[in-house]
Design a protein around this ligand. Structure first.
Ligand SMILES: CC(C)(COP(=O)(O)OP(=O)(O)OC[C@H]1O[C@@H](n2cnc3c(N)ncnc32)[C@H](O)[C@@H]1OP(=O)(O)O)[C@@H](O)C(=O)NCCC(=O)NCCS
Length: 375
C-alpha cells in the first residue's frame, strides 16, 4: 500500500500555483481532449484575495506525515516553501460574506500514477473535517465530463432537467464519498466569428421588442462608477434566480464596493466585456451579461453571467444583451476562436437563447453535494 499524507498550503506559498496549473492542464487534456486550464496567475490572485472567502488548498505528498514542524490554520502540516512532487491536490472556498454554511467549489485531482490508492478519498475527508470544524454543514464539489464521454453505459440525472452525466471515474468517485448529484451543468461552445449579419439580425429582432422602453449600455474593462450599484443588484439577483437544482446556494450579498473589488481582481489577468439593460423610465437595471477575456488564453473568451431581473423578463432583453455583447467582443478580440459558457441543464430559456446565437453542447459538469447530516 502506498504511504502518503496530507498537508495544507499556507497563504503566500508561490510554487503551488504552477503545480496546480500543470495538474489542470493534464486533467483537462485527459477528460476533454484539450488544455482548458486557468492560468497559474489567475489562481494565485484568487487565493491571495480572502476578502469574501477563505481559500483552502490541500496536497497529498509521498511518505509518512512529519512528526514535528509547523501546523497551519486548518490543523495540518504545511507544504514546504520550495517545490516538491505532489500526488494530488484539492481546492475549496469557504465564503465569509454570505453562504457561511458552505464549503464551495471543491475540486480534487490526483496524479494518474497515484490513483486508486485512496489519495482522492483522503484529500476529500480532510475537506469534510475542516468544513465541520468551521461550523459549516454543506460541501459542493464539481466533476467534468466530455459530452458523450466514457462510462460503462449507465447515465446519471439530477432531480431537474434532462441533461445526463456518464457513470465514469469521477462520478463513481463522488458516489463513493456519499455525495449526491445536485445539478448537471451544460457547457456550450460558440464558434467565432459569428457571421456579422446573423448577429445584426438577432439584435434587430430583439430591439423590436425591447426598445424604446429599455436602453443598453456597454463597456470594456472595469465597471464605470455610475454602474457599480446596478451590477451589485444584478449579481445578487443572479445568485439565486438561475435554476439551482438541489444545490443549496443562498443569496449573495453584493454592494458597489464588492463589485469594485471583484473588478480589480479579475482585471489583473484579463478584461471583461459587459452590457447592461436599463429601464429608461426609472433608470433601474433590468439585465446584465459579461464575457471575460483571459490574457493567458484570449482565443477562448468565457461567457460568464447573464441575467434579466424577474419583472423585466419577456422583452427579449436576454437575446439583445448577448447579441450586443458578442458584437462588442468581435471588435475587441477579432482573433478569438470560440466562446465557452456554462448553464444549468434545466435552464430552458437561457439555453434557447444560446442555441439561437449558435452555441452547441460541448461538455457536462456535475455539481455534487454533501450535507453533513448525510455524512
Ligand atoms: C476522480 C479522482 C480524483 C479519484 O482519485 P483517486 O485517488 O484515484 O480516488 P480513490 O483512490 O480515493 O478512490 C475512491 C473510490 O472512488 C471510486 N473510483 C475512483 N476511481 C475509479 C475508477 N477509475 N473506476 C471506478 N471507480 C473509481 C472507487 O469507488 C474508489 O474506491 P476503491 O478504489 O476502493 O474501489 C481521480 O481519478 C482524478 O484526479 N480524476 C481527474 C479529475 C477529476 O475528475 N476530478 C473530479 C472528482 S469529483
Amino acid at each position: 500500500m502506498r504511504e502518503f499524507h496530507i498537508r495544507e498550503v499556507p497563504p503566500g506559498t508561490d510554487w503551488v500555483f504552477e503545480t496546480v496549473h500543470e495538474f489542470e492542464k493534464a486533467t483537462t487534456i485527459e477528460l476533454m481532449g484539450e488544455d482548458l486550464a486557468i492560468s497559474a496567475e489567475w489562481n494565485r490572485n484568487s487565493h491571495a484575495d480572502e476578502k469574501d472567502a477563505l481559500k483552502g488548498m490541500l496536497m497529498a505528498l509521498d511518505g509518512p506525515a512529519p512528526t514535528d514542524g509547523p501546523v497551519g490554520r486548518f490543523g495540518l502540516p504545511l507544504v514546504p516553501a520550495e517545490r516538491v512532487d505532489v500526488l494530488g491536490v484539492i481546492e475549496v472556498t469557504f465564503p465569509t460574506t454570505d453562504n457561511q454554511h458552505l464549503a464551495d467549489d471543491v475540486y480534487c485531482q490526483v496524479d494518474p500514477d497515484a490513483r486508486r490508492a485512496g489519495v482522492g478519498t483522503a484529500l476529500w475527508r480532510e475537506v469534510v473535517r475542516i468544513t465541520g470544524d468551521l461550523g459549516r454543514d454543506t460541501v459542493i464539489a464539481w466533476s467534468d465530463h466530455a459530452a458523450g464521454g466514457p462510462g460503462d453505459g449507465d447515465r446519471l440525472r439530477a432531480r431537474d432537467g434532462d441533461d445526463e452525466l456518464p457513470l465514469d471515474r469521477a462520478s463513481r468517485f463522488a458516489q463513493s464519498l456519499g455525495l449526491s448529484l445536485a445539478q448537471v451543468e451544460r457547457q456550450s461552445r460558440l464558434a467565432l466569428p459569428v457571421p456579422p449579419e446573423q448577429l445584426a439580425a438577432l439584435r434587430a429582432e430583439a430591439e423590436g421588442r425591447a426598445l424604446p422602453a429599455y436602453r443598453i449600455e456597454s463597456w470594456v474593462g472595469r465597471t464605470p462608477a455610475e454602474h457599480l450599484d446596478r451590477i451589485a443588484v444584478m449579481n445578487r439577483t443572479l445568485s439565486t434566480d438561475a435554476p439551482l437544482g438541489e444545490v443549496d446556494w443562498q443569496p449573495e450579498d453584493w454592494d458597489a464596493e464588492r463589485v469594485r473589488h471583484s473588478d480589480e481582481r479579475k482585471h489583473l489577468t484579463g478584461h471583461s466585456v459587459i452590457s447592461i439593460a436599463i429601464e429608461d423610465a426609472t433608470g433601474e437595471v433590468a439585465g446584465l451579461t459579461e464575457i471575460h477575456v483571459h490574457d493567458s488564453h484570449p482565443h477562448r473568451p468565457e461567457q460568464w453571467i447573464t441575467a434579466v431581473a424577474g419583472p423585466h423578463r419577456g422583452h427579449r432583453l436576454g437575446l439583445l444583451l448577448k447579441a450586443v455583447n458578442l458584437q462588442l467582443l468581435a471588435a475587441d478580440q477579432p482573433g478569438a476562436r470560440y466562446v465557452d459558457t456554462w448553464n444549468a441543464g434545466e435552464n430552458d430559456h437561457m439555453l434557447a437563447i444560446n442555441t439561437r446565437l449558435g452555441f452547441r453542447p460541448h461538455s457536462a459538469h456535475g455539481a455534487w453535494q454533501l450535507k453533513q447530516t448525510d455524512a
